[in-house]
Design a protein around this ligand. Structure first.
Ligand code: PMP
Length: 461
C-alpha cells in the first residue's frame, strides 16, 4: 500500500480523500468533483497548501488557534506528557496532575465563583454535559419539573444530538429528528436581518424580553436554564444592540433559572477579555469552554461551574462522563497554552493593540458599496452584504449565493474568511500583528470587490 505523505501530488491526495474521507458540513459529491484543498503545514497566522500557496488564516482554523500555529512549547508538552502518562481517566476515585493543574488554572482565570470544571472532549460534548447537569441540579434541589432549556434560533452549540438541539439551526434540526424534548428557542438579536422599523435599542430590549415571555409562558417551575453565546459566532457573528445583554442578565436574576454562557468561541481572549461574559456583563452559572482552551492543539472542552452548582451536583452521583474527560495530554497542552496566553499577555494584545487596530480597519468596510453593516468585538467580526444599504435589502437570490461568491474570491486570494449566508465573518488568531491585519484587510477588500463584480455579472446587483 502507498505511504501517503505531504509530498504526493495534490490530485492524488484529493482522489484518495474523496474515496475514503467524509467531510463535516459538506456536500460530499461536490467536494469530490472539486477536490479539497490540502493543507500541509502552518506557522503563526499562515497556513500552507499542497500547491505551496501561503494563505492568511482569518478564521484561526475553526475559531480556535488563538496563540497561532507552530508553537513548539505545546508540541513538547504533549510529547512529555505522552511519555509520562499518555492516558488515564478520572472516574472511580482517581485523578492526575494535568487535570488538577488545569482545573486550578481555570478556576483562577474564570470570573466570579466559577471554580469547578467538568471536562469533555469538545464543545458539543460539554453542552451535552450541561443539559444533563442543569436538569440534575434542579432534580437534586427537589424541583424535577425544571427541565426546559431556553436557547435561541440560529444559535450554534454543537453537532451532537443534545447540543444540536440546543442550537437553533433549522438545517441541522431537519436532519436526524431534532430537537430533543424540552428545548425552546426564542428569536436571535440580529438587528440587521430582523430589526424592521425598530431602533436598535428597542429591538435589543424586545428580543431580550422574549426570554422573560418564554419563562412566563412555559412557567418558571418548568424552566431549568437559558443558554446563549455572548456573541453568536457560527450564526454569523451577530453582535446584538447594547440594550440586549444587560436585559438578559436582569431577567436571569429575576427568575430562578441558570444562565449558561457558551464561551466556546468567545472564551480565552477572543472578545478582548478572558471570557465573553466579562465583555457583555453576564454572571453565568456555567460556562461552556473548548477551542481556545487548547488553541486547538488538542481536543478538549468542558463546563466551568459555580460553587453553588458544584455543591448541589456534588451531593449525588452524577452518572455522566467521557473516556476522554480530563485527558492528560489534552489537559497538559491546554495548561501550557494558557501559560503562553498569560506570559505573552495575549488578552491585552487583543484589548489594547491589535483589537482596536483591526476594529478601525474592519468598521471602515462600511464604506464599501456592498457592505450594509460592519460589526466587530475583539477579534471576531462580520459584515452584512447587501445590494441596498438603506433598506437593508437581501439579494434577489437564495441567501448565501453572494456570500459564497465572495468566499470563493477569498479562497482564490489566499485568505480564509467564511460566509454565513450573505454575511462574511473573521476570527483570526489573536497573535496577529498589525502588519498581518493589513494583509488580511487588503485581501478582504480585493475579494469583496471581485465578489461584487461576480454578483453584477450574475445579474444580482
Ligand atoms: N458552541 C459554540 C458556540 C461553538 O461555536 C461550537 C463549535 N463551533 C460548539 C459549541 C461545538 O464545539 P465542538 O465543535 O468542539 O464540538
Amino acid at each position: 500500500m502507498t505511504v501517503i505523505t505531504n509530498h504526493m501530488p495534490t490530485a492524488e491526495l484529493q482522489a484518495l480523500d474523496a474515496a475514503h474521507h467524509m467531510h463535516p458540513f459538506s456536500t460530499q459529491d461536490d467536494l469530490a468533483k472539486q477536490g479539497a484543498r490540502v493543507i500541509t503545514r502552518a506557522d503563526g497566522v499562515w497556513i500552507q497548501d499542497s500547491e505551496g500557496n501561503k494563505i492568511i488564516d482569518g478564521m484561526a482554523g475553526l475559531w480556535c488557534v488563538n496563540v497561532g500555529y507552530g508553537r513548539d512549547r505545546l508540541a513538547d508538552v504533549a510529547a512529555r506528557q505522552m511519555k509520562e502518562l499518555p492516558y488515564y481517566n478520572t472516574f472511580f476515585m482517581t485523578t492526575h496532575v494535568p487535570a488538577i493543574a488545569l482545573s486550578q488554572k481555570l478556576a483562577e482565570l474564570a470570573p466570579g465563583d466559577l471554580n469547578h470544571v467538568f471536562y469533555a472532549g469538545s464543545g458539543s460534548e460539554a453542552n451535552d454535559t450541561n443539559i444533563r447537569m442543569v436538569r440534575t441540579y434542579w432534580a437534586e434541589k427537589g424541583k424535577p419539573s425544571k427541565k426546559v432549556i431556553i436557547s435561541r434560533k440560529n444559535a450554534y452549540h454543537g453537532s451532537s444530538v443534545g447540543s444540536a438541539s440546543l442550537g437553533g439551526m433549522t438545517g441541522m434540526h431537519a436532519q436526524g429528528g431534532l430537537p430533543i424534548a424540552d428545548i425552546h428557542h426564542i428569536d436571535q438579536p440580529n438587528y440587521w436581518a430582523e430589526g424592521g422599523d425598530q431602533s436598535p435599542e428597542e429591538f435589543g430590549l424586545e428580543r431580550a424580553r422574549q426570554l422573560e415571555q418564554a419563562i412566563n409562558d412555559i412557567g418558571e417551575d418548568n424552566v431549568a436554564a437559558f443558554i446563549a453565546e455572548p456573541v453568536q459566532g457560527a450564526g454569523g457573528v451577530i453582535v446584538p444592540p447594547e440594550t440586549y445583554w444587560p436585559e438578559i442578565q436582569r431577567i436571569c436574576d429575576k427568575y430562578e433559572i441558570l444562565l449558561i454562557a457558551d464561551e466556546v468561541i468567545c472564551g480565552f481572549g477572543r472578545t478582548g477579555n478572558w471570557f465573553g461574559s466579562e465583555t457583555v456583563g453576564w454572571r453565568p452559572d456555567i460556562m461552556t469552554i473548548a477551542k481556545g482552551l487548547s488553541s486547538g492543539y488538542a481536543p478538549i472542552g468542558g463546563s466551568i461551574v459555580s460553587d453553588e452548582v458544584a455543591e448541589v451536583i456534588g451531593g449525588c452521583e452524577f452518572n455522566h462522563g467521557y473516556t476522554y474527560s480530563s485527558h492528560p495530554v489534552a489537559a497538559a497542552v491546554a495548561l501550557e497554552n494558557l501559560n503562553i496566553m498569560q506570559e505573552e499577555n495575549i488578552v491585552g494584545h487583543v484589548q489594547n493593540e491589535v483589537g482596536p487596530y483591526l476594529k478601525e480597519k474592519w468598521e471602515a468596510l462600511i464604506d464599501h458599496p456592498m457592505v450594509g453593516e460592519a460589526n466587530i468585538v475583539g477579534m471576531m467580526g462580520s459584515i452584512a452584504l447587501t445590494p441596498h444599504k438603506e433598506s437593508r435589502a437581501a439579494f434577489a437570490a437564495d441567501a448565501g449565493t453572494v456570500g459564497y461568491m465572495c468566499r470563493e474570491r477569498c479562497f482564490a486570494n489566499n485568505l480564509v474568511m467564511r460566509h454565513v449566508g450573505d454575511r462574511m465573518i473573521i476570527s483570526p488568531p489573536l497573535v496577529m500583528t498589525k502588519g498581518e491585519v493589513d494583509v488580511l484587510m487588503e485581501r478582504a477588500v480585493k475579494s469583496l470587490d471581485e465578489g461584487m463584480a461576480a454578483a453584477k455579472d450574475a445579474g444580482l446587483w
